[in-house]
Design a protein around this ligand. Structure first.
Ligand SMILES: [Zn+2]
Length: 308
């Protein structure tokens, strides 16, 4: 399986070994904490710039900022970020760990009274990124995403009682949207099979290596496993003259009539212009007559009428 990368994820990491980015590895990812920036109208890039400029001043941080145009990771997902107070106990009760050691912190940027961000676009990216993290870390979206305000209700309102409330989205709706996005973006990988005749030679995850392999063989086809279509072939195609002609019913009856009449006419040598009209008629009607055969009949007729 693969995950549809609908949006680009940028990496603009904060300076390492600072208060905001210690560089210490996290202990594996077991859940996600949904945040919002808490700063009406501030963009993802603006927040990351601010973090960078104050990297040694404050130890609060998050992994990712998302607005209507960008998804920016400022702390590697393999490292700790400082996004939930250690003395909060709800995360330990829910997941058995502190958020900073075992969770990704994702910040949603929004416009309420300030800025001109498109909240709908920011929300779409936020939902997609949550689904992406759930895929990447094999997490159940319904159980493994907590709002910061749920973990630290006395101090925080983000995101359910702040940005998402401003956007008119409930927690229930948000989680359902993530589940839906997860399902939509989880797709089968494009697999390609190389066939020689009816026997399969080998499968490949990508088109380029399938073709590379197929080129070493003669008379092979490459078939896309997902939809069964043939996408590449080095089999020499028959010339068009050798392919059966597609004839409409009216064309068939016209040809049949013509063939019958020709069999009654004698050529310059005194014999009928064509032999075996039944045989030709049969070919016309069962659709096996080829353009080449028709051309031969034509040539024979013309030459036998003219040449002595
Ligand atoms: Zn928060």
């Amino acid at each position: 399986m693969a995950f549809k990368m609908k949006y680009t994820i940028e990496q603009r990491y904060l300076p390492k070994g600072t208060k905001r980015r210690s560089g210490i590895k996290n202990q594996g990812i077991d859940f996600i904490v949904a945040h919002d920036s808490g700063n009406d109208g501030s963009t993802a890039a603006g927040n990351v710039n601010y973090y960078t400029n104050s990297a040694n001043v404050v130890s609060a941080s998050a992994h990712t900022f998302i607005d209507d145009k960008a998804i920016i990771e400022c702390v590697p997902l393999t490292e700790k970020a400082w996004h939930v107070m250690y003395n909060v106990t709800t995360d330990n009760e829910l997941y058995g760990f502190d958020s900073n050691d075992h969770a990704i912190g994702v910040e949603l940027c929004y416009s309420y009274k300030k800025g001109n961000m498109n909240n709908k676009e920011s929300y779409k990216r936020y939902v997609w990124y949550m689904a992406y993290l759930c895929y990447k870390f094999n997490l159940n979206p319904m159980k493994r995403i907590s709002g910061h305000n749920e973990l630290d209700p006395n101090r925080r309102t983000d995101p359910y009682k702040n940005a998402l409330k401003i956007m008119g989205i409930t927690k229930d709706q948000f989680l359902k949207d993530v589940v839906k996005e997860y399902a939509e973006c989880t797709v089968a990988e494009n697999l390609y099979s190389v066939y020689q005749g009816n026997s399969k030679l080998k499968d490949f995850p990508d088109y380029v290596s399938a073709v590379e392999y197929a080129q070493k063989w003669s008379n092979v086809n490459i078939r896309k496993i997902t939809d069964g279509s043939w996408v590449w072939s080095n089999i020499k195609k028959e010339s068009e003259d050798d392919c059966p002609m597609k004839l409409e019913t009216w064309q068939k009856s016209m040809l049949t009539d013509g063939l019958n009449k020709l069999s009654e006419i004698n050529g310059v040598d005194g014999t009928p212009l064509i032999n075996d009209p039944e045989g030709w008629t049969k070919k016309v009607n069962n659709g096996t007559i080829t353009a080449g055969e028709l051309a031969i009949i034509n040539f024979a007729l013309i030459s036998r009428q003219v040449i002595k």
